[in-house]
Design a protein around this ligand. Sequence first.
Ligand code: NIG
Ligand code: FE
Length: 408
Amino acid sequence: MTEPAATLLVRNVGRLVTCDPERGAAPGVVEGGAVAARDWEICAVGTEGEVAAHPLAADAVVVDAAGNAVVPGFVDAHSHLVWLGERSDEYAARAAGRSYEEIADAGGGIRATVAATRAGELEELVAAARPRARRMLRSGTTTVEVKSGYGLEDQAELRQLAAALALGQDPELPEVLTTYLPLHALPEGDRAGFVERACTRGVERAARLARFVDAFCEQGAYTVEECARLLEAGRRVGLGGKLHADQRSRGGGARLAARLGAVSADHLEHAGDDDLAALAAAGVVGVILPGASLVLGGPPPPGRRLLEAGARVAVATDCNPGTCYSESMPLMVALAVALGGLTPAEAVVAATAGGAAALGLTDRGVLRPGRRCDLAILDTPHWLDLGYHLGANPVRTVIRAGRVAAAG
Ligand code: NIG
Ligand code: FE
C-alpha cells in the first residue's frame, strides 16, 4: 500500500531542530534535513534523502529553506494579549524609581488596563490585539495561550476570551488557547462576593470559551484560599488549572499548584527549591517569564533551578502592557539563557515542547511524524542565533498547520 502523498515539503534545511528527545541530545538536530506534511500533519522528518522517499502530490507546496535552520513553531504558553489602553508612563515611572506595587496602589497597573479594556467592544479588542498576534506569528509563534483578566466583571472577561478566540480563527495568526483569569486585579468593594461570583457563575460561563482557569496568587492580589477555591471550581466544569505563583513574594502559590495538580505554575521567582521539587513531584510544568523578571527586577527566573528540581520547564512571553510588552519568543529564549541559566538547547526546547506541555498539548512542540506541522524557517543556518542575535527577528517563514502563514 502506498503512503498518502504529502501536500507540503520543506527542503534544503541546513540544521533541522526537531526538539524530539528520540533524536538524541537536545535539541535533536538533523543535519541536511527536510520535513513533509499532509494537510496539517507531519508525515516525514529526516535527512533530505529520507524525506525524498515519501510520495509528494503533484500540486504540493515546496518551500526551499536555502540551507537555513528550522525549528518547531514556538508555543507561547502565557500571554495577556488582549488589552486596550496604554501604560508607557508606568514604564518611565519605574525607570525613575517607582515600584510596580506603588504604581498599582496609586490606581495604575492592572487596574488601569482594566478601566480601558472593560469599556471596549469585541471588535475593538480584536483590532487592538491583531497586530500583536501578527508580530507573534512573524517571530515564529504558532500557538499562543491568551488570558482574560482585564475585564474584572463577567461580561467584559468573557468578551476578552471571545476576542482571543476570534483571533485564533485567522490562519495568518497563531492558534489560540484561552484561559479565564478572573482573580487578577482586586475589585473595588465586595471582595468576597466577587470571588464567589467568579467561582460559580463565572467558571460556568467561561467553560464554553476557555480551556484553563488562572489566578494571581500574591500579596496585594488573591490569597491561597481564594485561588484554591477558583481552581477547584474550574476543575468541576472541566477547566485545567494554572497559577501566577510566587512572582513578587513567596506566598504558597507553587505549593498550591502542586497540591491541586495544576497544569502549570508560572513566574516562580520567589519559590524555594522545595516548592520547585513539589511541582516536579506533582508533574506541574514550571513556566518562566524572563521578560517580566527583567522588567521588574528581583530574583532571576528559576530556569536552571526548575531543571535541577526535576521539573519540566516552559518559557513564555507574558506579553502584557505592564510587566512585559514583548511578543518575541526568540527574545525570551535569549533571556532564558542569560537570566534563567538554561543552555540554548534547553531554552529552545522550553519554548517549543515545554510550552506545549504547559498547555497539556501532545500534538505539537516537536517535529515528528503525526504531530502538527507548525515550524519556523530562520534566516540563518545557525539555530543558536535565536538566543545569540539579541533583539533581531531571525524568523523568515512560518508554517502553521501545514500551510505558509508568513513568508519572508
Ligand atoms: O503576569 N502578575 C500579574 N499579571 C501580569 C501583569 C499584568 C499587568 O501588569 O498588566 C504578569 O506579570
Ligand atoms: Fe501573567
